[in-house]
Design a protein around this ligand. Structure first.
Ligand code: MSP
Length: 506
């Protein structure tokens, strides 16, 4: 595929809470995807940030006894710090309290008003502050929102967006763009929601103050989702004349399943009403549980990603989260599953392979890339398998198949481990030095390819691997896949990639 501009976004996170595994997970998926696409030659813009307005945040600030502004500044910084600790490669960090964002939101609001897509009326109905969402009476279960959030009755003057008028055009849009929602199963839930009938959506509030004021009507602040969704345009310099529409044409919004409806229904409707293109795809992942239990503050089992990094290591955590579940499904975090993957897949399969090969190269090939010599069919089979894996991995990435991409990479690692056992280069040392060099060369070359492939998932370890087999730092994108190692290049001392995780004595 030719090089494209690609735009990948995480949701912007409410700052009422401290960052947890759910936030880290969405961003990690975006980060891994962005890194892969960059290595594959695309120009990627990865956006994340914080959602700082709304009643929920206002209440949290009140509880904390500080002004909303002080509260959001401090909390937003926590998200930045976490994203730095996880080494995310985002190109921008959006805060909805920034002036550039207010400008974009005002512009789109005025546009919708001019186009008669927004009108003033009165709202009466149920609102859940925790979800920052309106619910119909028919949706309530035992007097609560379907999410379990408490609801309150609100009656206030409101501006409404003519969502009902977009029902047919939305259905037509979904039909013409069958890949718009991923995964399909969740897309079907959205379809039945839209088919069930859309009501106009209240897009302003008057009963609190912490929001973007409605232009020319300061008694109203905008509904926080109207404000928040627009952040995806703000970061592309909308509404400046030269805003980056070429990124927008290839925009991928990644989020948890709970907020798909906002992105797949309200957002494309706002955009179409403003005569803007809907995003290319909205991608919903599942939720994590902790040792089988729903994660909640009241259960006290919230997982802090920083604790995971400190306990298991950054690359180990990144690997586990991407490997453990098929993207789109729910997943369970468990200490045992984490250790199993760390010790078997990372320390044994990958770590030992690299260690075994490079220790032999260091001892028996004067710590240089071995002589290639004449490759035999079994060598070529392994190498071809490794090179061809890029096509499969790429295909998985275009379908959010992170764990399947890792399966493909681990197949190559498995083949390399079988090959080393079969070829037994340690025995060849005494019988056929030339052949030993060729076998070790084949293995070093396979390790180079594996190193290239694991970069999006574990860039620190990948760089270590690529350093160990002497790959220049500017020869690490996928355009170098078929440029093999040069025999005779000096190599550094072998070093361990992944120490085994040993349980501390009780
Ligand atoms: N502010 C809105 C998003 C606006 S985007 C224009 C919001 N914020 S949030 O902080 O409440 O949630 C952010 C994301 O965290 C959501 O995608 C949600 O699905 C995800 N998660 C929260 N808990 C989670 C798990 N336990 N597991 C996985 N993801 C979860 O919604």
């Amino acid at each position: 595929m030719s090089a494209q501009k690609l735009y990948v976004t995480s949701p912007i996170y409410y700052v009422n809470d401290n960052p947890h595994i759910g936030h880290a997970y969405t961003n990690l998926a975006c980060d891994v995807w962005a890194r892969f696409m960059r290595l594959d030659g695309h120009d990627v813009f990865f956006l994340t940030g914080t959602d700082e307005h709304g009643q929920k945040v206002e209440k949290s600030a009140e509880l904390a006894g500080v002004s909303p502004k002080i509260f959001v500044d401090e909390k937003s910084q926590k998200f930045r710090d976490l994203f730095k600790a996880l080494d995310f490669s985002n190109d921008d960090f959006m805060r909805t309290t920034e002036p550039r964002h207010q400008k974009a939101v005002h512009h789109i609001w005025n546009l919708l008003l001019e186009r008669d897509q927004i009108y003033l009326s009165t709202y009466s109905g149920w609102y859940a502050i925790r979800d920052e969402a309106y619910y119909n009476e028919s949706e309530l279960i035992d007097g609560k929102a379907p999410t379990g959030a408490p609801v309150e009755w609100v009656e206030e003057p409101c501006y409404f967006f003519r969502l009902s008028a977009w029902q047919d055009r939305l259905l037509e849009f979904y039909q013409n763009n069958p890949d718009f929602m991923y995964p399909k199963s969740r897309g079907n839930e959205v379809l039945s929601f839209v088919r069930g009938g859309l009501k106009d959506l209240a897009v302003s509030r008057t009963t609190f103050k912490w929001g973007i004021p409605v232009p020319n009507d300061p008694a109203h602040v905008m509904y926080v989702w109207f404000d928040a969704l627009t952040n995806y345009l703000t970061a592309l310099d909308y509404p400046n004349e030269n805003w980056q529409q070429n990124f927008w044409a290839h925009s991928y919004h990644v989020m948890g399943k709970d907020i798909l409806r906002f992105h797949a229904v309200y957002w494309p409707a706002f955009l179409m009403a403003a005569d803007l293109m809907p995003p290319k795809q909205v991608v919903a992942h599942g939720w994590w549980t902790n040792e089988g239990e729903k994660i909640s503050k009241s259960l006290g089992n919230v997982i802090n990603p920083i604790d995971l990094i400190e306990k298991y290591g950054l690359d180990q955590t990144r690997y586990f989260l991407m490997r453990e579940v098929s993207f789109g499904n729910d997943g369970n975090f468990s200490h045992q599953a984490m250790i199993k993957r760390m010790n078997s897949e990372l320390a044994n399969d990958l770590g030992n392979l690299v260690q075994r090969v490079l220790v032999q190269v260091s001892k028996n090939c004067a710590q240089k890339v071995p002589e290639k010599g004449t490759l035999l069919p079994q060598d070529l089979t392994l190498l071809e398998k490794a090179y061809n894996t890029l096509d499969q991995v790429r295909d998985e990435f275009w379908h959010w198949g992170f764990n399947k991409a890792l399966d493909q990479i681990w197949e190559v690692i498995g083949d390399a481990n079988r090959y080393i056992d079969e070829q037994a280069p340690w025995g060849l040392k005494k019988t056929d030095l030339k052949r030993m060099e060729t076998v070790l060369y084949t293995l070093c070359e396979t390790i180079r390819v594996v190193g290239l492939f694991v970069q999006p998932f574990m860039h620190k370890t990948a760089n270590q691997i690529l350093d160990l087999v002497g790959v220049k730092s500017d020869h690490r994108d996928f355009s170098y896949l078929l440029i093999p190692l040069e025999s005779g290049v000096d190599l550094p001392q072998p070093s361990v990639l992944f120490p085994r995780f040993v349980e501390a004595a009780a």
